[in-house]
Design a protein around this ligand. Sequence first.
Ligand SMILES: NC(=O)c1ccc[n+]([C@@H]2O[C@H](COP(=O)([O-])OP(=O)(O)OC[C@H]3O[C@@H](n4cnc5c(N)ncnc54)[C@H](OP(=O)(O)O)[C@@H]3O)[C@@H](O)[C@H]2O)c1
Length: 250
Amino acid sequence: MLLQDKVAVVYGAGGPIGQAIARGFAGQGARIHLAGRTPAKLDVAADAIRGDGGAVATARVDALDEKSVADFVENVVKKDGRLDISVNVIGYQDIHKPLLEISTEEFLQPIVNATRTQFLTTRAAVPHMIRNGSGAVLTFGGSGNGMSGLGGFKIALDAVEALRRQWAQELGAHGIRLITLRTGGIPESLPDSLPEDERREITSMIDGATLLRRSATLADVGNIAAFAASDLARPITGTEINMTCGAVLE
Ligand SMILES: NC(=O)c1ccc[n+]([C@@H]2O[C@H](COP(=O)([O-])OP(=O)(O)OC[C@H]3O[C@@H](n4cnc5c(N)ncnc54)[C@H](OP(=O)(O)O)[C@@H]3O)[C@@H](O)[C@H]2O)c1
């Protein structure tokens, strides 16, 4: 298995993307620690992983709080002896409004939250990875051309891409790799609460923008994340893995 004996943390594991990534890791033999603010959501993800025979633990963690993140990582290393993979896919509560309608605070919120949480979780993981001489830090989403009226959302994604490039430079000498899993949107992750006609419309918009006339599934997300975090991907760092089914060409 690709991730046998590896230990992974996934922040935002109560959401569909975090769950998919955690499941992909567990399916390849990693021991997984799921972090989020709502234990009930983490329990659902953990039950699915245990059902597949995976090794998993959950922890209530606020990934925007320095002490909460630091304590969590210390506990993981105390329990499992190491940390190999760190993934932060928390939602940023972005406010979509055009420039002339958005307040300063609303504009800055996703940018500050995105950079703060990626900073906190990466910095907490890195000392343990340096000790191993290897590690993988993954982010999900990627940036793009933006779209009218998105407030600070796309700017936050751009900022995370800049962090990925910066830290890949700083940490490469320690064998630590940083990779963005670049998506064009995962229709399966749309919330259950969405009315069926809206779901169909969004899905057809996402699928229609691809060259393959289909988009990545949650299982694809888990498989590609597992590959990116594994030693098979050892030459890959500081870049994106493009899983947009051709919606974005390099
Ligand atoms: N789904 C897609 O197609 C897609 C496309 C592009 C980018 N993305 C990005 O990928 C990420 C994951 O997507 P998703 O659909 O799984 O997102 P999501 O459901 O909106 O968020 C994932 C989880 O983040 C947790 N969270 C929020 N704030 C947190 C905090 N301070 N500390 C710890 N956990 C926190 C939430 O749980 P609690 O509130 O219970 O903590 C939530 O379950 C998001 O950043 C999203 O913007 C997704």
